[in-house]
Every structure is written in C-alpha cells, then in structure tokens.
Write a protein that binds this ligand. Structure first.
Ligand SMILES: Nc1ncnc2c1ncn2[C@@H]1O[C@H](COP(=O)(O)OP(=O)(O)OP(=O)(O)O)[C@@H](O)[C@H]1O
Length: 463
C-alpha cells in the first residue's frame, strides 16, 4: 500500500437515495400495471445530496441515530445499492463486511465454502492452500469447519465470513456493526487486525453506535442526520454534536435556567460539604422515563437536574456531578404507608450507578448518614430539595446510568416508594486508561522494615 494520503480513495458527490413508499400492496400493484396513471407512492429520502471525500489511509467513523442513513451510505459506497442520483468513485480493492457471508452456500461445509470463495477469486492451488490455512486459523471455529454452515451459530458464521473477507488483501475496508455478533475475544482479534491494517496504510469506513470505540479508532467522524451531512471533522467536535442531537430535551436547561443555576450555586457554596468549584452545565432528564412505584404515590420526584457536566449527558474523568432534586409527597399517603409498613415518616433518597450491561457499580444514599432522613410530616411541608454531589467521578470511558430512588423509613427499616430506572444517562469521555470500570481514591505507602533495610543495603552494595 502506498502512503499517498492526498488522493481521495472514496469520493461521494451529491448522492441522494429515495425509496418509493406505498400505503398498500394494491397501490404498488396498480402503479406497476398502470405506469402512466396517477402516482400512488410518496418518496422517502434515506440520503439527500450527500458529499464527502476520504483520503488514502484515513479511518472514518460514521455515526448518527437509528434510521439516519448510515447503512444506506455504506451500501451505496460498497456498490450493493444504487443511488437515485449522484456519484461515488472508489479506488482500490474493497473488502465490504456489510453483508458478511452473503456468498456462502448454507448446504456446504465451512471448508467447502472457503475453497469455493477462493476459486471465485481465481486463486491457484498453492495460493489457495496458503490462504485457506490462514482463514481457518483466523476463524478458529474448530471442528465446525467440517459442518454445513447452515448449522452455525450467528457468531461462528460471522467469524468465518470475516476471515474470508479480509484475506483478499483489501485496500479499503467497509465495516458496520456485524462484528458485534462475535464474542469478546473474536472482536478483539478483529480490532487488532484492523489496527494492523490501519498501520499498513489501509482506509477504513466504519459505522457504529459505540461512540467511544469510533472516536478511539477513527481520525475523522461523519455525522448523518435525516439523510443529510450534519457534521464532519475531528472526532471530539462531531461526537459532541451527536450528543446534542441525541438528547435535545436535555439541552435547554443548560442555558435557559441561568438565574436558577446561579441561585443553586450560591446555596451550594453556603453548604460546606457541597462546594461546587466547577462551572459546568446543567441538564434535565424527562421524569416520565423508567418510573416504577411501590408506595401508592406517597412521594415522587417533581424535578431532577444534573449539573457539573461538560455538555448534556457528557462528563469527563474526575468531574464532580451534582444532582439537584425536588421531592414532593402526599402527607395522607405517607401516614397510610407508615401505618401499613410500620416505618418512620422519614425520606430517604438514593442513587444506583450501573454500566450498560446492568452491572451495579455502586450506590449512595442518605440512609447511611447519621441524619437518617428528612421528616416528611414536619410542620406542614410537602416538598423539599435534595442536593447530592459526587466528587470526583473516576469512571472508565463509556456509558453509565443513574437510577434515583425514594424510600420512607430509617436505615434499619424502610419501605421503597419510587424508582426512576436508568433515568440519568451519562457518557464519560476520557482517554484515561482504567483497569476495570472505576477507580477508587486510595493511598499506598511504603516503609522499610529493619530486615528489608538490611536486604536493600546488601543489594545496593552488590550492584
Ligand atoms: N428498502 C427500503 N425501503 C424503504 N425505506 C428504506 C429501505 N431501506 C432503508 N430505508 C429507510 O431509509 C432510512 C435510512 O435507513 P438506514 O438503514 O440507512 O439507517 P441507519 O442509519 O443505518 O440506521 P440504524 O442505525 O438503525 O442501522 C430509514 O428511514 C429506513 O427506514
């Protein structure tokens, strides 16, 4: 592969893809048989006047919400779909991993399929033997290679198909999320292969919803929204634009509630244990998401705002996150619940932190603190404000969910009332390498023992 990075390997010029949509099968048939009659379809644009270029050796990540047009774009570039208008030019041998295994015969064994694909590529017998050995080693599906591929699990199928696709010495690799079917070890193997491919000067087009992986892997990102090029450029800027599109509801609170933010900052500053040094932004999730109740409406969260973030839903290593929560309760319901479950009329508030796999990393609640909750039946109040600050958050890059919950009672004896499952989604954007998912604050100290000091001295003398 040459290192000429100036020449575009892929040029997409004004590509539009429109699908005809019909309200019924009858409309479709009528238009087929009466081509000059009344039009019975409307056009749905998967891509509109889309243009961009990819230079040799670039790795481009394509991101966007579901249905934005990513796969359509890749398929048109890979030549498996025709554009309605516009042009695509592509230079170099392409390995398209979009329709992995599309050429496989399900009745033939894995090995027979590999030979068959090699024959289609016109490989001679010596070249074929060498390639087949490499492919089988990469796919690593053991004795299943002698079984018909129709008996394969989806993961096995992808392993073999990926191995076949990449062994044609491609110059351009077009990948979507098909690889996600493979197990973690195989995914790692594919990523390692792709990194070596990058180092050799290969060009990659990569569609994924995993923004962290795309950012780590690609030198530029392309953001598609409703079939249009929304942004192209450096990964951080484009990823931030993507978050703005994905969480539009969350945005206004970051700017609109300026006075109120000031007010809260003032209050926080007066609370010594909640000093808030970082300006940050605020956003407000939709409280109707994820509600589960056990307390017959005794208490609920009227409003929750998340502060200290870089942008809605986005924070970075060591940021301190603030939760500003307004809780309301119904005094009659609280009395009823306390009588039924024999619990004290005190409010407990907690947050559970989970990763995307649903693994609970930790939780924090005032139930472990000495004050033992807020008195719900004190002096005619039926609303209070709760502030919580976590500082500093040392989480590995990725997505996290906070579930706020309310309970009535005391540490020893409580009854859960409400939970807002996965209400707050936060993405941690950091290049910091963390072994595991989070880092705790800790200290490690050394001190020489008498015997150790002697040994040290002996070693020092010997060297
Ligand atoms: N064969 C088809 N007929 C009609 N509409 C289609 C067809 N294929 C795709 N579309 C529409 O084109 C739009 C873009 O689809 P596309 O699959 O490219 O989106 P995507 O960004 O890859 O989505 P996802 O992230 O969900 O995979 C969608 O609105 C989809 O419904």
């Amino acid at each position: 592969m040459s290192s000429d990075r100036t020449q575009p390997v892929i040029r997409v010029s004004g590509v539009t893809k429109a699908y005809r949509l019909y309200n019924s099968k009858a409309d479709r048939a009528a238009e087929l048989f009466l081509p000059f009659g009344r039009k019975r379809h409307h056009l749905h644009y998967a891509l509109r006047d889309f243009s961009f270029e990819v230079a040799k050796g670039e790795s481009i990540g394509i991101i966007g919400r579901n249905g934005s047009g990513k796969s359509t774009l890749l398929k048109i570039i890979a030549g498996v779909l025709t554009a309605t208008s516009g042009e695509v030019s592509l230079h170099g041998r392409v390995a398209s991993l979009l329709e992995l295994g599309a050429g496989f015969n399900p009745e033939m064994t894995g090995r027979e399929n590999v030979y068959f694909q090699g024959a289609l590529l016109g490989l001679g017998s010596r070249e074929m033997e060498k390639r087949v050995a490499e492919i089988l080693e990469f796919a690593d599906i053991g004795e299943f290679i002698e079984q018909p591929v129709k008996t394969y699990s989806s993961g096995m199928f992808v392993r073999l198909a990926f191995a076949v696709s990449i062994h044609v010495d491609p110059e351009v690799l077009i990948v979507d999320e098909a690889l996600a079917v493979g197990d973690v070890r195989f995914q790692k193997k594919c990523v390692d292969w792709m990194k070596r491919f990058q180092q050799r000067g290969g060009t990659i087009l990569f569609v994924s919803h995993d923004i962290f992986t795309v950012k780590a892997f690609c030198n530029r990102l392309v953001l598609i929204d409703e079939g249009k090029l929304e942004a192209i450029g450096d990964p951080d800027t484009v990823a931030n634009r993507y978050y703005q599109i994905m969480f539009p509801k969350a945005s206004p609170s970051t700017t609109a509630a300026g006075d109120e933010v000031q007010e809260i900052r003032q209050e926080l500053a007066e609370m010594p244990e909640l000093q808030d040094e970082d300006d940050g932004h605020w956003f407000e999730p939709d409280m109707s998401d994820g509600q589960r109740q056990w307390g017959g409406g005794a208490a609920s969260i009227a409003r929750l705002r998340v502060g200290g973030v870089r942008a809605p839903n986005l924070f970075a290593w060591q940021d301190s996150i603030l939760f500003d929560v307004v809780v309301r309760w119904n005094r009659g319901e609280v009395r009823r619940l306390c009588a039924e479950y024999h619990v004290q009329p005190r409010l407990l508030v907690g947050f559970r932190l989970e990763n995307t796999k649903g693994f609970v990393l930790t939780n924090f609640t005032n139930a472990t603190q000495a004050d033992n909750g807020f008195d719900l039946l004190a002096s005619g109040v039926s609303e209070c404000r709760v502030r919580c600050r976590i500082a500093p958050l040392k989480l590995a890059a990725g997505n996290y969910f906070f579930t706020p919950g309310l309970a009535v009672g005391t540490v020893d004896h409580l009854h859960p009332v409400m939970e807002y499952t996965n209400l707050v989604h936060l993405h941690c954007d950091t290049s910091r390498q963390v072994l595991g998912q989070m880092q705790l604050d800790y200290e490690i100290a050394f001190s020489a023992t008498a015997a150790g000091a002697e040994a040290g001295a002996a070693i020092a003398t010997a060297s």
